[in-house]
Design a protein around this ligand. Sequence first.
Ligand SMILES: [Zn+2]
Ligand SMILES: [Zn+2]
Length: 580
Amino acid sequence: MAVELDKLPKEERLERLRHSASHVMAEAVLATFPDAKLAIGPPIDTGFYYDFDLPRPLTMDDLQVIEERMRESIARDHPFAQTLVSKEEARRLFGHQPYKLELIDELSDEEVSTFRHGEFVDMCAGPHADRTGQVRAFKLTSVAGAYWRGDERRPMLQRIYGALFETAEELDDYLRKLEEAQRRDHRRLGRELDLFSFHEEYGPGLVYWHPKGGRVRTICEDVWRQEHLKAGYDLVYSPHVGKAALWETSGHLDFYRENMFPAMDAEGQEYFVKPMNCPFHIQIYRSSTRSYRELPLRLAELGTVYRYERSGVLHGLMRVRGFTQDDAHIFCRPDQLEDEIVRAVDFGLYFLRLFGFQDYQVYLSTRPEKYVGDLEQWDRAIEALREAVESRSLPYEIDEGGGVFYGPKIDIHVRDAIGRAWQLTTIQFDFNLPERFDLAFIGQDGREHRPYMVHRALLGSMERFLGVLLEHYAGAFPLWLAPVQAVVIPISDRHVEYAGWVAGELRAAGLRVEVDERSERMQAKIRDAQLQKVPYMLVVGDKEEAAKAVAVRLRSGEDLGPLHIEEFLLRAVDEVRERR
Ligand SMILES: [Zn+2]
Ligand SMILES: [Zn+2]
């Protein structure tokens, strides 16, 4: 039964419009490329897409042609009409469409639902808009490669994305944000600023950090280590591989194997590269009998792990196969629980603020239907998480039953400079591993007790975090994080020597400085430094040399004029210290 579109709730209405637009797009693609093979075309959060097997790669000009054809179909205001046909009839109808035939073969029902608008028929269960004329505020935005069924062994198709909203204003607003997001895309910035690269041919999802990217990462890691030591953590290092027995005891081979790289064989023994650090930190805990006096034990490691992800889902630094977690495991007594959680939350917030995030949202996930551990432990842990969040007046939502089977957790999401949310911090209880590895401490009563165990990562992983940071700052890192903090630009060759002296003075004060000695014009050098998002450009000529000064320009284009080198140094060193 057709429902009038206007009477539906907005979300549902949008979903129908978006999905209907994908039908109209498939019609237009088929009109443009009669040999096109159609895959699937669902609605998504901001619009729709459809996957096609086409004779050649699409260009932006093609998208324009397709969009115009879509508008023609919309102008004709075709109704969407459903017909149920037998499987046999469907096979005849889609005989020239191999992907549709594959889908038909997998249907359990004998009847196949098809929808027609105008001359175009697609296999689809619906629902749709009533008529094509209802599809209005949309725009085709991009083309990307996508494997058929997300499987890298199947053909690579072309996915056309479209944006669709109810009003032209909403669409424009979205397109502006999209453009801003593209300007900030960390993959593009990573290339332009020479921070990192990927080498698909030697393994997808594996990051190669270049000198400048390595510098930013080192700064982050250094401050991470210093702060962890101050906060009472111990820094540890653990192996990258472990025998099957370890992963059997931890349970990873049972419930996590599909995310692990395949086993390797050495001397007839199976080894696995680690997908997590926890089992190793547990061995460190178990290496001696622990007394109640030694707890809490907080073991922290920038631990590099490898997880198998299908190559089709990898995405720049955000989703990779090898990454370094800013990991820690806290082992504590029951009476230390509340205090440890508050500390972990505060510590997480400290880092988020340090790196320039001001807006947080916390999600607390509670006990799912299937769980391990006893109820009293669960309740106590959930209470500790809730109290910690409330004591810091953080806005939070409860995801009832959304915890993992081994313990409740809180996740902290931040909003970046253009309002997008990213999950960074996670603090998670574990009632499973202490049982499996039979962890204990000797209490004041001389008896063995089970410690509480908490996994926590504050930034998540260094790879993803640096991707988020890059997009947050659009590559213009604050001074303390910038890989190159200042470029000294001699006006002509005779000022190169003075430029070298200036650079030496700044380096001696701990600043990261380069001299641009190329025989380019000064304006070109300034522009290049701006494109590289270097915070300070220090121009030096005769006047500056005579006054032991530098003419200071900011990457924003602002001109601060000449400053004596001591004066500039004070300003820069202060700025780094304040971590603005
Ligand atoms: Zn449909
Ligand atoms: Zn862990």
